[in-house]
Design a protein around this ligand. Structure first.
Ligand code: ATP
Length: 281
């Protein structure tokens, strides 16, 4: 990460709520919520005023308890959810001069297909379980405008090889694979169009510890090799400690603390972060 380089992604005042709001909760300044929830009108404020920069080649970790808004934030950034309000600027897109959330759905598809990759916690969301693994990768490449079957097959084989799927299983469907292998195919698929940014949402949750370590090692290795920027969501501070250069801590839809990962681990400021860090010791 270059300390003086410009961010590759800048997010400002991102808000996402589910529900229509009421007098008690509509004004962000003096909202009276029970955690992220308005007891009067049942609106859930999943992401509130989120701001951050992601720098080229860095891994930014996002940690927080269940329901803190981590996945909603990732869904908004990948256009799986529409934001309620906010701005996001991506340096490789129109030189960072256009708010992604204001773009047409066609342009959002372009950004998803060319400039971002996402790996989901549940491989069913990221893969077509009955397509071959090569076919899964080709699908993402076709979506980005590729038509040359030979070139796509060779790129897919190269990527599957990189994530250690044996050659003789590349034509098999992910439904036949173990959880760790499915995550590795998802990673290969997400990388297929060489995106500068990868979004990783709880990608090792639910895997055995040794498989988890193996997938995290692979991601770390690829990140170093490809110098890709990553946003990595986890509820597990151990995963964040291993992977992230900087970390944002979320609680009830808000960022309560952010900084260098080492700094946060050594000297957590917010009470919630202190509890998290102590539970790791
Ligand atoms: N479609 C929806 N409708 C209503 N509320 C929602 C919806 N999606 C998410 N939420 C709420 O938004 C809040 C944040 O959820 P989110 O899934 O982003 O949390 P998270 O930090 O990723 O949690 P987990 O680690 O359990 O996945 C939760 O209170 C959740 O109930």
């Amino acid at each position: 990460m270059g300390e003086y380089s410009a961010p590759i992604l800048t997010v400002n005042n991102l808000n996402k709520h589910f529900g229509s709001g009421c007098d008690r909760c509509s004004n962000a300044e003096d909202r009276k919520l029970d955690k992220n929830y308005c007891p009067a009108c049942h609106t859930v404020y999943s992401c509130q005023n989120i701001k951050f920069d992601l720098y080229p080649g860095e891994v930014l970790g996002i940690v927080g308890e269940s329901g803190s808004g981590k996945s909603t934030l990732m869904q908004c950034l990948y256009f799986d959810q529409e934001v309620s309000s906010g701005e996001a600027y991506l340096q490789p897109y129109k030189e960072g001069g256009s708010n992604l959330f204001d773009e047409s759905s066609q342009q959002k598809r372009y950004i998803r297909n060319h400039l971002m990759g996402k790996v989901y916690q549940n491989p069913v969301q990221g893969l077509r379980m009955r397509f071959s693994s090569i076919g899964n990768i080709a699908e993402k490449m076709i979506a980005a405008g590729n038509r040359n079957v030979g070139a796509m097959e060779s790129r897919a084989s190269e990527l599957l090889n990189r994530v250690h799927i044996p050659v003789y299983r590349m034509k098999e469907a992910p439904k036949n694979f173990s959880g760790g292998m499915q995550q590795r195919v998802q990673i290969a698929k997400a990388l297929s169009n060489n995106p500068p940014i990868l979004l990783l949402d709880e990608v090792t949750t639910g895997l055995d510890l040794s498989v988890q370590a193996n997938v995290l090692d692979l991601i770390k290795h690829l990140q170093k090799e490809l110098k890709i920027s990553m946003l990595l969501v986890s509820h597990d501070l151990g995963v964040i400690r291993m992977m992230a250069d900087r970390t944002m801590v979320m609680l009830d839809g808000r960022v309560v603390e952010h900084g260098l990962t080492d700094q946060i681990l050594e000297d957590p400021q917010h009470r919630y972060t202190q509890q998290l860090v102590h539970s790791l010791l």
